[in-house]
Ligand binder design. Structure first.
Ligand code: GAL
Length: 390
C-alpha cells in the first residue's frame, strides 16, 4: 500500500457515472436517484465508483434576475441541493456541469464571467465535482486563462470540488492544464458508441502518456461500455448499432491501463450481467487506481508485420513493483501476440521470471521466463498482472 493519502482530491482518476452518453438532455431527479440507489445495491459503490455527474441541460436557458443559474424545475423540481443531499445520503459524491464559454454546448448559460459566483453556488448546492466544457468560448479570450480562472474559483469556494476540464484536447491542453489546477482533462473529442471511435480515441492518446499522472489525469472520455446503441442521441450512437461485448471489454481494459477517469455512460438500470461484471472487475480497477498513476507505454509485438496500431502491448508500472500488461488485437482476425520480456526491461540474465495473473479470468497463468505469447481473438485483449519472481 502507498504510504501517502491517495484519497486526496483528484489524486487518482475519478470513478463514477455521467448522464450524457445515454440520456443527453433527458435527465431528471428520479433518474439520478435511481442511479444512486443502484450504485449501492448493485455493487458499483463497493467497486469504487463514487461520483454521480449530471451533464449538460440541467438548467433553464436564462439566469435569474440576480445572475444565478436556475435548475430546470421540470427536471429538478426540488433543486440541486436536494439531489446532492440524496446522493450524499448514500455515501456518494455529486457532480455537475458548466462551461468556460458563454453557453454550454446545448445552449444553456455557461460560466464565462460568472466563474466565482457559480463556483460559490455549486459549493452551496453541495457539488463535489465540476465538468467544465469549452463551447461558445469568446474567440478573443484564451482558454488557458479561463481554466485557470475556474480552477482558482473552485479552489477558493469553501468546498472540495474536483475540477474536470473538458476542452477536447484543443489548444495543446496537455502543455498547460496541469499548472491550471485541474484534476483531469479531456484530451479527445467526444466518444461514440462504436468500435471505430474506441480505437481512434485510444490510438490518439498513445503519445500522450507523459502528460497523465497524479492530480491531473488524461481523460479519454466517458465509457460507452454496455450502451449497445442505447443513446438518445444519433451522434453518440443510437444509429451506430453499439459494440460487441468483446469490444466493450477491450475499451474498458484500454481506459483502465491508460489511466483515464472511468465515468460509466450506460443506463445501469438495464446493465446485463456481463456489463456489470466488466465495470466492476476488481483487477482492472486496481490497475486504473494504482497509487502512482503512471502512464502506459506501448510496445510493438511480434510478428511485426502488422502496423503498430493494429496489435500492440501496453505496459504500466505499478506502485508495488508489479507490471500491468495488456495485449491488444485491433485487427479483424485472431493473432498470436508475443511479448519479449527484454522489451520491458527484464533480460533473461536477470534470473527473474514473471508470474502472471489473468485479470479477466481471475486465474494464475504460472511462471514465464523469456516471453509471453497468446492467441488473441479479433478486437479482444488479454490483461495480466505480472510479478517478478526468482
Ligand atoms: C461536449 C462534451 C460532452 C458533453 C456535451 C454536452 O462538448 O465533450 O462530453 O458534455 O458537450 O453538451
Amino acid at each position: 500500500m502507498a504510504d501517502y493519502p491517495t484519497t486526496a482530491l483528484g489524486c487518482l482518476p475519478a470513478l463514477g457515472w455521467n448522464s450524457w452518453n445515454t440520456f443527453t438532455w433527458d435527465i431528471n431527479e428520479s433518474l439520478i436517484k435511481d442511479v444512486a440507489d443502484l450504485f449501492v445495491s448493485d455493487g458499483y459503490k463497493d467497486a469504487g465508483y463514487e461520483y454521480i455527474v449530471i451533464d449538460d441541460c440541467w438548467s433553464l436557458k436564462e439566469r435569474d434576475e440576480n445572475g444565478r443559474l436556475v435548475p430546470d424545475p421540470a427536471k429538478f423540481p426540488n433543486g440541486m441541493k436536494a439531489v446532492a443531499d440524496y446522493i450524499h445520503g448514500k455515501g456518494l459524491k455529486f457532480g455537475m456541469y458548466s462551461c468556460a464559454g458563454t453557453h454550454t454546448c446545448a445552449g444553456h448559460p455557461g460560466s464565462f464571467e460568472h466563474e466565482f459566483e457559480d463556483a460559490k453556488q455549486f459549493a452551496e448546492w453541495g457539488v463535489d465535482y465540476l465538468k467544465y466544457d469549452y463551447c461558445f468560448k469568446p474567440r478573443h479570450v484564451s482558454g488557458e486563462l479561463l481554466y485557470k480562472r475556474m480552477s482558482l474559483a473552485l479552489k477558493n469556494c469553501g468546498r472540495d470540488i474536483l475540477f474536470s476540464a473538458c476542452n477536447w484536447g484543443e489548444d495543446n491542453v496537455h502543455d498547460w492544464i496541469r499548472e491550471s489546477g485541474a484534476h483531469s482533462y479531456r484530451s479527445t473529442g467526444d466518444i461514440q458508441d462504436n468500435w471505430e471511435s474506441i480505437k481512434r480515441l485510444a490510438l490518439s492518446q498513445m503519445d500522450k502518456k507523459a502528460f497523465t499522472g497524479s492530480f491531473c489525469h488524461n481523460d479519454m472520455d466517458m465509457l460507452v461500455v454496455g450502451m449497445h446503441g442505447g443513446s438518445n442521441s444519433d451522434w453518440i450512437g443510437s444509429g451506430l448499432g453499439g459494440c460487441t461485448d468483446t469490444q466493450y471489454k477491450t475499451h474498458f481494459a484500454l481506459w483502465c491501463i491508460m489511466g483515464s477517469p472511468l465515468m460509466i455512460g450506460c443506463d445501469i438500470r438495464k446493465a446485463t450481467p456481463f456489463t456489470k461484471e466488466l465495470l466492476q472487475n476488481k483487477n482492472l480497477l486496481a490497475i486504473n487506481q494504482d497509487p502512482e498513476s503512471r502512464g502506459a507505454y506501448r510496445i510493438a509485438v511480434e510478428p511485426n508485420w502488422f502496423g503498430k496500431d493494429d496489435a500492440f502491448v501496453l505496459v504500466k508500472a505499478l506502485q508495488n513493483g508489479d507490471l500491468a500488461i495488456g495485449l491488444f488485437n485491433f485487427t479483424d482476425n485472431t493473432r498470436e501476440l508475443t511479448l519479449q520480456f527484454w522489451d520491458i526491461g527484464l533480460p533473461y540474465q536477470s534470473g527473474y521470471s514473471l508470474s502472471l495473473y489473468d485479470c479477466f479470468t481471475d486465474t494464475d497463468l504460472g511462471m514465464f521466463r523469456e516471453r509471453f505469447a497468446r492467441h488473441v481473438p479479433a478486437h479482444d485483449c488479454v490483461v495480466v498482472r505480472a510479478k517478478l519472481t526468482r
